[in-house]
Write a protein that binds this ligand. Structure first.
Ligand code: C5P
Length: 399
């Protein structure tokens, strides 16, 4: 998908620069031509030799390197690429970009270019949260710069929170989406998938039989139409989809938080089988049999309804919100009522009675319920159902 795409990869100086080496490898595997540019600070983290060897290309480092200017001026270098990717993008380089400074090769290229630019920020969580960085981010977004990440997690500096650079494959997915010609190109879509696990104690949990197969197929079908997909999944047995950002969660509450963090999105599809209840006061020690014959009892609390919460947002609601309804009886009636109750636009209803073999199986038979009524589709593979549904989503977002 990236065959012969010319990517100018600017590596700025942060600990995440080591991930740029893997990014180069992944881009080249997909046929891209990568020309690296290193800032001076980046050279403290990765060596020019290793970057150049992996890229199989000359690297550029210095604005005043006259040989380079004779061979290729910085203006031409900045415009000869199909896409400029900055990974990692430090707080400092983001600030320079936002204010139009040009005091080294990287910042000069970014100011001189007329090519699309994508950045993968990476910095300490406090630097990321700082109003100055958030202002710069808003400016860059308004300038049309594409942003990938950052992710939440443990950081090299020992703190925890947003600021970790996206993983190389997530950046590759964003780059592929940037080049996509499909009808959903440039559209962000959130897909939830799989079951949730609600803990009883550290070793036991309440779960359901959802495999995540339909959600995975759907996420890939949307990706194939060019969408930038965020895939929020519970502990599903299905393989993980490729070419998108994946957020792994366990509980319904975590799934809601992940979805809210991933917003805004043009559409959201809630294919997850979310547990309706969580256990109140889940024990942080394993509950033991004490030999008295006394049985433990569990108290439940209702989980947040992610589909209803997002459907009923007054500010920033995705244009199209799609829910699933797994029913075992009077499927269409129940799903139609569910669409109204939750406030979503569409419901994809299916009969998960054990005799249908749908839950955990490879096929699905669905009825699509919209404001215009119910439409029953022929039973087909989950992949075929996903392709059909993705196309319908693309058509709806176009109209
Ligand atoms: O109410 P019910 O569980 O049948 O609704 C199914 C739909 O609602 C699915 O799209 C599912 O992903 C979503 N849902 C949710 N949060 C819940 C329960 C269900 O998003 N707590």
């Amino acid at each position: 998908m990236l065959a012969n795409k010319r990517i100018l990869l600017i590596i700025s100086g942060g600990i995440a620069a080591f991930k740029a080496l893997d990014l180069i490898r992944r881009l080249r595997e997909r046929g891209a031509d990568v020309t690296p540019v290193l800032t001076r600070a980046a050279e403290q983290f990765v060596t020019p030799l290793s970057v150049s060897a992996l890229a199989g290309n000359k690297i550029f480092r210095d604005l005043f390197d006259l040989t380079d200017e004779a061979e290729m001026g910085h203006i031409e270098l900045s415009r000869s690429a199909d896409l400029i990717v900055v990974a990692p993008a430090t707080a400092d380089l983001m600030a320079k970009m936002a204010t139009g400074q040009a005091d080294d090769l990287a910042s000069t290229l970014l100011l001189a270019t007329d090519t699309d630019v994508m950045i993968a920020p990476a910095m300490n969580v406090r630097m990321w949260d700082h109003p100055a960085t958030q202002r710069n981010l808003a400016t860059l977004q308004a300038d049309g710069v594409r942003i990938v990440g950052p992710n939440q997690g443990d950081m090299a500096c020992g703190e925890h929170g947003p600021g970790r650079m996206s993983e190389p494959l997530e950046i590759v997915a964003a780059i592929e989406a940037a080049f996509s010609q499909g009808p959903l190109a440039g559209q962000h879509i959130i897909v939830t998938s799989g079951p949730t696990h609600e803990p009883i104690d550290p070793v036991r949990y309440i779960a359901n039989r959802s495999s995540g197969a339909q959600g995975t197929a759907l996420a890939e079908a949307l990706r194939d139409l060019g969408a930038t997909v965020t895939f929020v999944t519970g502990p599903a047995t299905a393989r993980r989809p490729e070419g998108m950002k994946i957020v792994e969660v366990d509980t319904a509450q975590q799934m809601l938080t992940a979805v809210q963090t991933a917003l805004p999105a043009r559409a959201a599809v809630f294919a997850a089988a979310v547990a309706d209840w969580s256990v109140v006061g889940a024990s942080d020690q394993k509950i033991k049999k004490d030999g008295s014959g006394k049985l433990p009892s569990l108290n439940f609390a209702e989980n947040p309804d992610i589909l209803a919460t997002v459907s009923q947002m007054t500010d920033g609601r995705p244009e199209l919100v799609v829910g699933f309804a797994a029913e075992t009886q009077t499927v269409v009636e129940n799903a139609t009522a569910k669409r109204a109750r939750k406030g979503c636009d569409w419901i994809v209803a299916n009969d998960v009675s054990p005799e249908t073999g749908i839950m955990g199986g490879t096929e699905n038979a669905v009825t699509l319920i919209t404001k215009d009524g119910a439409e029953t589709w022929d039973r087909a593979s989950k992949t075929a159902v996903a392709a059909l549904l993705a196309q319908r989503i693309a058509d709806a977002l176009k109209g």
